[in-house]
Each structure stands twice: as C-alpha cells, then as structure tokens.
Design a protein around this ligand. Structure first.
Ligand code: SF4
Length: 712
C-alpha cells in the first residue's frame, strides 16, 4: 500500500451551514488517518469557514464507540450479527406488526441527520411510502413545522422559504435565532460571523430580540430582552405600526392586506410592551427604521418556532418583509434558485394539513407527519391503530422531544423496535436490532435541501472521502433492503406495476438520481461538479416573483385562515398571563444551543466536550437572590411533566423571570462511552417540556414552559 499525505475536499454534513472542508489524510500501513480538517477557502458558499464541530467529523469516523456491524439485544447484552440476519429481523418485526394490526401499527421516527444525508433523501422516502403508515414522526415537529406550515399557505409549498440576503442587506432583524452559534437554520449561512462584520462595515445594523443575551445578541447593534413566547405580540405590534403610520408598500401580487390590517389593529405597541417587556417606543422606532432601511430582512428561528404561537410568529415575519417591500428584492429576502429545484420540480411534496388526525388526541397531520408530541401516547394507549412496532432512523427522541422520559418508557413496551443508527443511545437502547450505516466521510453527498435555503446560489457534489469498508452498508442500501424484504413478507400484496416501480427507484444509486435531477435544472451538470469538488458558484440571490410562487393563482394570500383563526387563542393566552403574572411570579424555561453541541449527538467527541461546563440551569442573579438560591448550588426544577436536579449558574445574560437549560443533554451512559464527560452530561430539558403545549401547526412548544426552581 502507498503511504504519504494527501489533501481531499469534503463537506460537513453536521449542520445546515454545509461548510466545505479540506482534509489532510495520511495513508499509513494500518489504514488512512485524517490528520487535519480545515475550512475550504475555495468553497463559494462557506468561504473557508469551519466551526469546532466540523473538525470533529473525523472523531465520528474514528470513534471506537460507533457501531460498525449490526447488533441485536439478547437479554441485557448486545450481540453482533450479520447484515442478513439484521435485515431479516427488521423486516420480520415490521411485517408482523402490519400483518397483524394494519399499517398504522408501525411507527417511524426520523431524526435531524436524515436531512443531511443524500441517501435518506433519495431512498428513505421511498422506503417509508412502502410501509403506508400514517404514524410518521420527525424532529421537524420539535422546531421547524411552523416555517413549513406558513410557507405552504403563503407561497404554495412547504419548502419555498424566502431567505435573508445577508450579504447585501442594510438591516438584519433577528427574533429568537442565534446564527453566531448555529451559522443559520432554515437559512444556510456559513461564515455568519464574517458576514455580520461585513454588514457592519457597510454601515448596516443587526437588531436582536431574545430572552437570552446570546452570542448573536452580543455582536448585534441592539439587543432587546423579550419574554418567552410573547414575540408574537411584538411582531403583531410592528405590523400595527406599519399600517397606522402608512409605512406599507406591498407588491401587486399580494392579496388580503386589509384582512391583515384588521387582524393586527388591536395589537398596539403598548399592549405588546406590557406582555413582552419591550418598551412601546422601541417597538415603534425599530419598525420605522426597518421600513425606512434600504434593504431590510427579518428572520426568526427556533426561539419563535418552538413556542405556542410559532406559526403566528413566522407569518408575522413574512408580513413584515412583504409589507415593507423587502420581499423579493436585493438586500431583503428572496427565494434561492438551486441547481436541483426540489420545490418547482415537486421532488418534495408541497405539503398538506389535516388529511388525517392522531388517534388518541385528534391532532392534525402536516405534510404527512403527525406531531412528535403525540408519539408517546400513540405507542402507550391500547386500541385499534396502536403503534406496536417502531423504526427510528438517526434520532434520539428520548432526549430531543417533549416528555422524553415518558417516551422512553413507552418505547420499552413495544412488541418490536429497530433503529438505523451509528450509536447506542437513550432511544436506540430500546431497539431489538440496530443497523449502523456508513458515516459522512464514507459516502457521497449533495445537499438537496440546504442549497434551497442558502444565502447564495451554489451547487456542490462530494464523492466519498473513504471507500466503504468491507462488510458495511450505506443508509440507502439499508433502506432498499428493509423496504424490499418487508414488502415480500406483507400479506397485502402490491400490484406488479407498483412493486416494480418501487424496486426500480430503490435500486438506482443516489449519485445517479442527482445526476438526472441536475439535468432537469440545466444550471450545472454532474461532470462540472465532479471537476469542481469545491462547488460551483451560481450567483447571488435575485428576484423571481411571482414566477416561483406555487400558489394556483400566482398570488400571495397574506391572511391565511388557519393562522388568523389562532389570533384569538393568542389574545386570550396573553391576557391570562398578564392577569396571573403578578400573583405567582413563576419562572419560564427556554432551551439553548451551543456551537460545540449538535442537538443530542456529537457528545462522544472529546474535543467538543472540553472547556467550561455548559450543562447548568442559567438564571438571572436577581432571580437567584429572590428565590434564595446561590450561584453553583444544586436546584430542583419542576414542571407539570417532570422534575430534574441540576446546578444553577447566575448570569445577567438571562432576562429576569426566565431560566434556560441546553437542548440535547441528559445522556445516561446508554452508549458505551456516550457523553461520560461531566461537562455535558447534565439533565434533559425535555424531561420538563410538555407534549400538551402545541402550536397550531402541531409543533411542540418547548419554549416558555412554566417551572418552579427550588433548592435541591
Ligand atoms: S458550521 Fe460547523 S457543523 Fe455546521 S457545517 Fe460548518 S463546520 Fe459543519
């Protein structure tokens, strides 16, 4: 074997920023070793950016704890088995549940990494369709369905989402988002720190609303504390100011503006100030500045979409951009034009709502998925349609979804569970069989979703850095085998034509599918992408309206019934909070993310868990004193759903009355070594979050959970 050092271009698939990477690989007699990972400066989108997680991509590849062969549970032990046995066990378990109890007896949960895997996009969907279950759940309904729900109603497609033109805007208004830590979400914006510096160099401003002084708030020109879950009334008050002061200038293809004016008329800045803590004068001033700016963009993310009125928030953000003529213009928000148009070519469905409902709580589906907040009860409640078997794919909902502890108990009661995952964790430990696919460096990647959400049009295809090891399977191969083997075992037979077309779409490789899709877009080809592994530049965002609208009449109907109907619930909820606040002085809980965390995984990487502890409950020092607590003491945090005990840290980064725990913590050593580092063990915020608290879209309201905090 040849030895020596070589450079290889790759892509990071850990988060939505999709940074280009340059790997240095040493070919050693014992096998290749990644000796360094840097940002790729020639990548036209990420421009050399890398965060600590990107460097840790090699840790996943080399992790001794990562599963490399399928395992099955025998008593309390995990035993390695062949792929054949694992695939047969999985197909047997799924088919048995469907044959005995019908297709809805199978539940499926998709974790966030599915959006970052080409194979999951090209083959996972076909496999899921072949099961015909309505009990599909995913991580989307813990933090992003409001975006899709509103985009579907306004623009005609759940993924037709306008993106801030961060490189040319002069006013960036941010609600409940922390792109300094995340590099954007539902806005692929790698190198955000430099893009903000450039914004300021050209005289622009960034204004942030958040109940925590986040990393983004700290580099903003202005930061305003806003009480959790009251952003909606601040945004509605901004719309009210626009109408009252004659600051609206909407495009001709927008209908329903008078209905919006009437709907927001009572949301005065004074009312919003009382509810949110943001002074009325500031709401007026910022609204005027936003409307007057030469290119302004409003953006709201997880802090908005994880609250009970997430859809109203996302709708109001769109209204702000549209009514001030900052929609579909340079420096405002625009629709990206990806090389593979998953929206225009209907590669991802446009979305639908309430075609069916959950069995136990009667909650509507969106886009073919039920809210993950209903998953536990669908498993645990006996009766027709009860979930008897689960398949989880790259997810750890026991840590990442509401009432995670309760969900863990429910998973333990299943007749059968299989997991497609590279780790044993708090969720997959309940499986009977775990099937681990190859990891990012061993497979090809083209980001079908994130080019659609990026702040600059580019395309990039990344061949595998390492060959697939002998005896390993890619995720798409696992999907193909499970689908085909399960279908063969089902008593309800498909038509020959259907079976053949399913087999054909499962057999063709992801690379071939992308090559074909690129031809339909005519903006670049697989050949061009292979000769430019750094990616090709397809230009800045540009106006495309109304051509790209997916609505039947090419109009934006700005007053959708489903959102406007929820305004009454908002009003009564806020009024009730205003009445009760002085009496009980309750605290409210929000989550938080850190640049070195990646939802509930990557805690096995030593380099990401080094540094100061970051698992603590954050609390304002004045609240600490008011509750008779001291910095560093152990406290008991109690919600309607559960109770956790952890350490508290005083910081004036927190708004008064608000406490915060990080998302994705609370590892119980379920992996062989998973997150033994005490810095990140902590407790799971989702042992406190409440599956009863939902947005109208069905998204979980993880933010703004009422809690009490007492000395432990
Ligand atoms: S920001 Fe970090 S985790 Fe996200 S793609 Fe870039 S390197 Fe990877």
């Amino acid at each position: 074997m040849e030895t020596g050092e070589r450079k290889v271009l790759a892509a990071c698939n850990l988060c939505e920023a999709i940074c280009g990477l340059e790997l240095t690989i040493e070919d050693r007699p014992e096998g290749p070793k990644v000796t360094s990972i840097r940002g790729n400066e020639t990548d036209p989108l990420s421009r050399g950016h890398i965060c600590p997680k990107g460097v840790a991509l090699a840790d996943v590849y080399e992790d001794p704890d990562r599963l490399r062969r399928p395992v099955k549970r025998v008593g309390d032990e995990w035993v390695e088995i062949s792929w054949d046995e694992a695939l047969d066990l999985t197909a047997d378990g799924i088919a048995a549940a469907i044959n005995r109890h019908g297709p809805n007896a199978l539940g499926v949960y998709l974790g966030n990494p599915n959006a970052h895997s080409l194979g999951a996009q090209t083959h996972g969907v076909t496999m899921l369709k072949s099961f015909k279950t309505r009990n599909k759940f995913s991580a989307s309904s813990v933090d992003q369905v409001p975006h899709q729900f509103v985009a579907w109603q306004l623009f005609g497609h759940q993924l037709l989402i306008p993106i801030a033109d961060i490189d040319r805007t002069s006013y960036f208004l941010v609600f409940g988002a922390n792109p300094m830590a995340s590099n954007g979400s539902l806005m692929t914006v790698p190198d955000f720190p430099n893009r903000v510096r450039e914004l300021k160099r050209r005289g622009g401003r960034m204004v942030v609303f958040d109940p925590r002084r986040t990393e983004t708030a700290k580099v903003a020109d202005e930061h305003h504390f806003v009480r959790p879950a009251t952003d909606a009334v601040v945004l509605l008050a901004m719309l009210q100011v626009l109408f009252e002061e004659g600051l609206t200038d909407p495009p001709a293809y927008v209908a329903g503006i008078e209905s919006v004016r009437l709907a927001v008329a009572d949301y005065t800045p004074e009312y919003a100030a009382e509810a949110s803590g943001v002074p009325a004068d500031e709401i007026r001033r910022i609204t005027r500045e936003f409307a007057a700016a030469d290119g302004a963009a409003a953006y709201g993310r997880i802090g908005l979409s994880t609250q009970e009125f997430g859809s109203i928030c996302q709708w109001a953000i769109h209204c702000l951009n549209i009514l001030t003529y900052n929609f579909d213009r340079e420096g405002g928000v625009l629709f990206p034009e990806p090389a593979v148009d998953i929206v225009g070519k209907a590669i991802i469905g446009r979305g639908h709502f309430d075609l069916w409902r959950s069995r136990v709580r009667d909650i509507a589906e969106f886009g073919g998925e039920l809210p993950v907040s209903t998953m536990r009860e669908e498993i645990a409640t006996p009766g027709d349609g009860q979930i008897r078997a689960m398949l989880t794919i790259a997810g750890n909902p026991v840590l990442s979804t509401p009432d995670g502890a309760g969900l863990g108990d429910a998973l333990a009661s299943l007749d059968f569970m299989a997991a497609i995952d590279i780790y044993l964790n708090e969720t997959t430990r309940h499986a009977h069989v775990v099937l681990p696919p190859t990891t990012a460096l061993e497979r090809e990647q083209y980001d079908l979703v994130f080019h659609t959400l990026a702040v600059h049009n580019t395309a990039r295809f990344t061949p595998p850095v390492f060959e697939k090891p002998a005896g390993a399977m890619h995720d798409w191969e696992i999907f193909r085998e499970i689908a085909l083997r399960t279908t063969a075992r089902l008593e309800r037979k498909k038509s020959m034509a259907k079976a053949l077309s399913e087999r054909a779409s499962l057999t063709v490789s992801p690379t071939t599918i992308v090559s074909t899709l690129l031809l339909t877009g005519r903006r670049t080809t697989m050949r061009a992408l292979r000769s430019h592994p750094e990616g090709v530049d397809l230009g800045p965002l540009r106006p495309t309206m109304p051509t790209r609208l997916q609505t039947g009449d090419k109009l934006i109907h700005l007053a959708p019934d489903l959102v406007l109907a929820d305004l009454q619930r908002l009003r009564s909820t806020v009024d009730a909070q205003l009445d009760s606040r002085a009496v009980d002085g309750e605290l409210v809980l929000i989550g938080r993310r850190h640049q070195r965390d990646n939802n509930s995984w990557m805690h096995n990487s030593e380099r990401l868990t080094r540094g100061k502890p970051r698992h603590q409950l954050l609390m304002n020092p004045e609240d600490l004193a008011a509750h008779g607590l001291s910095d560093g003491s152990r406290v008991r945090v109690t919600s309607r759903v559960g109770e956790v005990t952890t350490e508290v840290r005083g910081t004036d980064d927190m708004m008064r009355g608000v406490v915060s725990l990080p998302h994705g913590y609370g590892h119980q050593g379920a992996g062989r070594r998973m997150a033994n580092a005490s810095r990140v063990v902590g407790v799971s915020v989702n042992d406190l979050t409440d599956p009863e608290r939902l947005d109208v879209s069905g998204n979980a309201a993880l933010s703004g959970v009422p809690v009490t905090v007492t000395q432990a």
